[in-house]
Design a protein around this ligand. Structure first.
Ligand code: BG6
Length: 474
């Protein structure tokens, strides 16, 4: 597909606000390292932070991050190349001197990409600082999530961004869109013709999406207290998956057409009510650093979503995500309606789900189609079988490698659009405030029992199988 964005050429510097933060260490430097290795990063990387560091500390930090990602750091040419691109600016984002120092560090670079991996409370300060120093001219901005914490704050962020950057120069990250398996949802749906006749309310009984993690909040208690599961992964990552599964075929070959269709899905989602969501909190969460002793923040949520469209009216979409669950996986199950007549002794009720599509997104991605097949013998009874169309594919790029590479190249295809983000916030807006209290659940279980009642109209939750190679972590 084409990116449809011809306005931007390659950026000639990468300015990284929040360069000493957690995300930078865990994900971004390993991604930049892979980009250097792949030949897609050769411009200066200017780290900006307020940590009283100098370039030597910054370099050590980057080396450490690359090592922690599993790379050997001794005699490593790629790493040396990355280190040679680094520049560091230490300073308070509220002071013009910091932006003057960034300008000096940019030297002759004229088309910088400013990457903001900073707390949302600092967004407008940094945008204003960039604008006042003229650093928004011919520049682009890459914005890390969370993009707002409700509809009003997202609108405000968009307003601030638009005051300094054109929409075509604004890249809002949802790292799920950079995942190979998520791109495959789009490809699988529209590169095949057999799916379209059954991909609708006439044939689909329900859709389930589970995004489960075995670990807790991993020292991010402070952040998590301001977010909770609904804001952290549902309004963004999970809704993006829903949009790709539910959208109409794009009208032409180009990502703007995809963005248009995704937007319509968000607009068609019915605003959620308190009865549509079960909130849970794992026992022990309140003992985490930075968490209030009486916190009601949800570390689990299960919700029922409806999309009011010609294609999906009446089909329930069940979304579930949580921390400290028994299995770490992301999986989609699209269940088809049963045959109209139970003709065989084992078909009423058929054990398990007769026909479904299963998209295991991680780990070990799978695309499978399920059907019942007769067992050998006189009786007409059968077994459930899965036809696997795809198993894990080696050599996939990490999402940040793909996304940052695209932004530097000026390609916004895998980024989210202003109108879609606001439409997605509008769906969850009612339950951000009006919801039932979080119910406790024991770590290692599938959340509070009430989550089972929520889905009872469509059977039960499909619990992803464990990855045999995964070690439980907390
Ligand atoms: C992040 C959330 O956006 O996504 C985390 O802040 C979550 O809480 C993570 O763990 C999940 O991403 P992935 O790629 O590990 O599935």
């Amino acid at each position: 597909m084409d990116s449809d964005n011809t306005a931007l050429t390659d950026a000639d510097a990468f300015v990284f606000f929040g360069a000493t933060g957690d995300l930078a260490h865990k994900k971004i430097f390993p991604a930049l390292y892979q980009m250097v290795r792949a030949g897609t990063l050769s411009v200066p990387v200017i780290g900006v932070a307020y940590s009283q560091w100098g370039l030597p500390e910054f370099r050590d930090h980057v080396r450490d991050s690359v090592r922690a990602s599993g790379e050997t750091v001794e005699d490593n040419e790629t790493l040396e190349q990355l280190l040679s691109l680094l520049v560091y600016v230490d300073g308070d984002y509220g002071k013009p001197a910091t932006f003057a120092a960034v300008k000096a560090a940019l030297g002759s670079a004229r088309r910088p990409a400013h990457y903001l991996a900073i707390p949302p409370s600092l967004f407008s300060t940094v945008i204003t600082g960039l604008q006042d120093a003229g650093l928004n001219r011919d520049a682009r901005v890459i914005v890390e999530k969370p993009f707002g914490r409700d509809l009003a704050s997202a609108k405000e962020l968009n307003r601030v961004l638009r005051s300094a950057f054109d929409e075509s120069a604004t890249f809002r990250i949802d790292h799920y869109l950079g995942k190979e398996e998520i791109m495959n949802l789009l490809y699988f749906r529209f590169a095949n013709s057999f799916l379209e006749p059954i991909w609708n309310r006439d044939h689909v009984a329900s859709v389930q999406i589970t995004l489960s993690e075995t670990f807790g909040v991993q020292g991010r208690g402070n952040f998590y207290e301001t977010a909770g599961c609904l804001r952290d992964v549902v309004q963004n990552h999970m809704f993006q998956i829903v949009a790709l599964l539910a959208m109409e075929p794009p009208a032409y070959q180009g990502f703007q057409a995809v963005q248009d269709e995704k937007f319509k899905v968000f607009k068609g989602m019915q605003p959620l009510a308190a009865e549509d969501i079960v909130r849970g909190q794992f026992t022990g969460y309140r003992d985490e650093a930075g968490v209030a002793a009486d916190s009601d923040v949800e570390t689990f949520c299960a919700l029922r979503l409806t999309i009011d469209s010609w294609r999906w009216a009446g089909v329930p979409w069940y979304l579930r995500s949580g921390k400290c669950l028994p299995v770490g996986a992301a999986e989609v199950v699209v269940e088809l309606k049963p045959p109209p007549q139970p003709l065989f002794s084992d078909s009423n009720p058929a054990p398990g789900r007769a026909n479904y599509f299963r998209f295991r997104l991680s780990p070990n991605p799978v695309i499978a189609i399920a059907a019942r097949v007769k067992r050998v013998g006189e009786e007409f009874i059968g077994d459930q079988r899965e036809l696997s169309l795809m198993n894990s594919q080696p050599g996939t790029e990490q999402p940040y490698q793909r996304l940052l590479g695209d932004a530097l190249a000026g390609d916004g295809a895998l980024y989210t659009r202003e109108d879609s983000i606001e439409a997605a916030w509008a769906v969850v807006e009612p339950i951000l405030v009006h919801h039932h209290a979080s119910q406790p659940y024991a770590p290692g279980t599938w959340g509070p029992e009430a989550a089972d009642a929520l889905i009872s109209g469509a059977g039960h939750w499909h619990n992803p199988d464990p990855d045999p190679t995964e070690q439980p972590t907390r």
